[in-house]
Design a protein around this ligand. Structure first.
Ligand code: SF4
Length: 215
């Protein structure tokens, strides 16, 4: 499923949603990849049942042109926000993401575009990525997960080791120069003390913290 929308606690394809409820505006999520540099202990992708039955699991990654062809079927002015999210980490398909974003902004420069990311793309690419978002991406939402490097690594089990936490924060701060809205997120089940520590960290960095419900 390349384009999908939220539905109750789950999701449905954009085509199904528009057929069922064509008049109400919706967010649209773009699913570009299953790949991720993390293996979070809470990630749904880790359960075998999920992989076998989940329609978000891509058998083949779509090209940018395939996603653009999907969007071409719709009036994008009917969407509240378009979010690069997916089953994996969207920046693993950075070139496709940027090409699709440019196409969407060309159709409507005011359409809000967001990336939901683990924030490790600069570590993965070995170069600055944040400047590429200028003029294309309106919001970067980064999973902070934890208030310190050891807990972050324990939760995300990412490929890069203990340096990943600082690299993720550096990327977040760097995004502020190029993207209007930069948000750190944590889930509400990490405990009050940890949420307070994450808020203090976000305040120190001049970033917004959003506490979201654990799904
Ligand atoms: S960063 Fe997201 S997609 Fe990647 S393993 Fe963690 S929860 Fe799953």
């Amino acid at each position: 499923m390349l384009l999908y929308t939220p539905k109750n606690d789950g999701y449905e394809s954009l085509a199904d949603r528009l057929q069922r409820d064509p008049l109400r505006k919706t967010n649209v999520y773009v699913n570009l990849t299953n790949q991720c540099t993390c293996s979070c202990i809470f990630c749904l992708r880790n359960t075998k049942e999920m992989l076998e039955s989940n329609s978000l699991w891509l058998k083949r990654e779509p090209s940018a042109q395939e996603v653009i062809a999907e969007f071409a079927k719709y009036d994008i002015n009917h969407f509240n926000e378009i979010v690069f999210c997916g089953f994996g980490e969207p920046t693993m398909r950075l070139d496709a993401l940027l090409e699709i974003a440019a196409y969407l902004k060309q159709r409507n420069e005011n359409i809000p575009l967001r990336i939901n990311t683990n924030g490790l793309c600069e570590l993965q690419a070995g170069k600055k990525i944040a400047p590429l978002f200028q003029g294309l991406i309106d919001t970067v939402s980064i999973s902070l997960n934890a208030s310190n490097a050891a807990e972050y690594l324990r939760l995300t089990r990412n490929q890069f080791g203990i340096r990943s936490f600082d690299a993720m924060l550096t990327f977040a701060v760097s995004c502020k120069k190029y993207v209007p809205h930069v948000v750190l997120t944590v889930v509400d089940c990490i405990g009050e003390a940890e949420i307070t520590a994450c808020q203090a960290l976000a305040d120190k960095l001049g970033l917004t913290l959003r506490v979201r419900p654990f799904e």
